[in-house]
Design a protein. Structure first.
Length: 201
């Protein structure tokens, strides 16, 4: 995977691991009046916790999925929840126009922005919550170096490559355990840690 520093958005980036065997929910399209009412309700709920990242999406269900994942973290792993909202400022739905058709994080942006694709979004609340934590880990890696070395360009290895990925996979596995993930997800993380999957995204 390719990353750029210092606010350069041209080439990317950090990719979220996509769990195999994800499923898609049956599509439901509310009528315009119903959709407007739903949007108003969930917009208000999204803003209830002002510390949470801004959620951007075209699909009215997207903020529901993201908030469900954040709720789960807050209820079962509050330290990781705080870590995530401290390191991510925007969570955005992937659109067809996006230059990278996968979940990615832009840690150099202010605030750091995570883009979530459908595979990650529909792989279940537990997986989505762990993926958000994984991306927060990369944003934290970038942030810490910038904080400690304000006059230097952030090195690629600080938030990318094998050591950075292993650290974030380790965090993601711990989060999965704390959320009660089944063994198949834990095995998937273990297998990913023994590959170079991030180089092929």
């Amino acid at each position: 995977m390719e990353r750029r520093n210092k606010g350069t958005p041209a080439r990317i980036i950090l990719a979220s691991l996509v769990v195999p065997g994800f499923f898609f929910l049956r599509t439901y399209s509310p009528n315009p009046t119903e959709a407007s009412q739903i949007e108003q309700v969930f917009s208000a709920e999204t803003q209830a916790d002002q510390r949470r990242p801004e959620i951007r999406g075209r699909d009215w269900r997207f903020p529901i999925h993201i908030n469900n994942a954040l709720d789960l973290l807050e209820q079962r792993d509050v330290n990781t929840y705080r870590f995530a909202i401290d390191n991510i400022g925007i969570i955005e739905e992937l659109t067809p126009e996006h230059p990278v058709q996968r979940s990615v994080v832009y840690p150099w942006e202010n605030p750091p922005r995570v883009v979530i694709n459908e595979e990650t979004r529909y792989a279940g609340t537990i997986w989505l919550a762990s993926a958000i934590a994984h991306e927060a880990c990369h944003a934290d890696q970038y942030r810490r170096y910038r904080r400690d070395n304000p006059d230097l360009v952030v090195p690629f290895d600080t938030f990318s490559g094998r050591e950075a990925e292993l650290a974030c996979l380790s965090l993601q596995r711990r989060v999965l355990e704390s959320l009660g993930a089944d063994q198949s997800l834990l095995n998937y993380i273990d297998q990913a840690a023994n590959t170079t999957w991030w180089q092929h995204n």
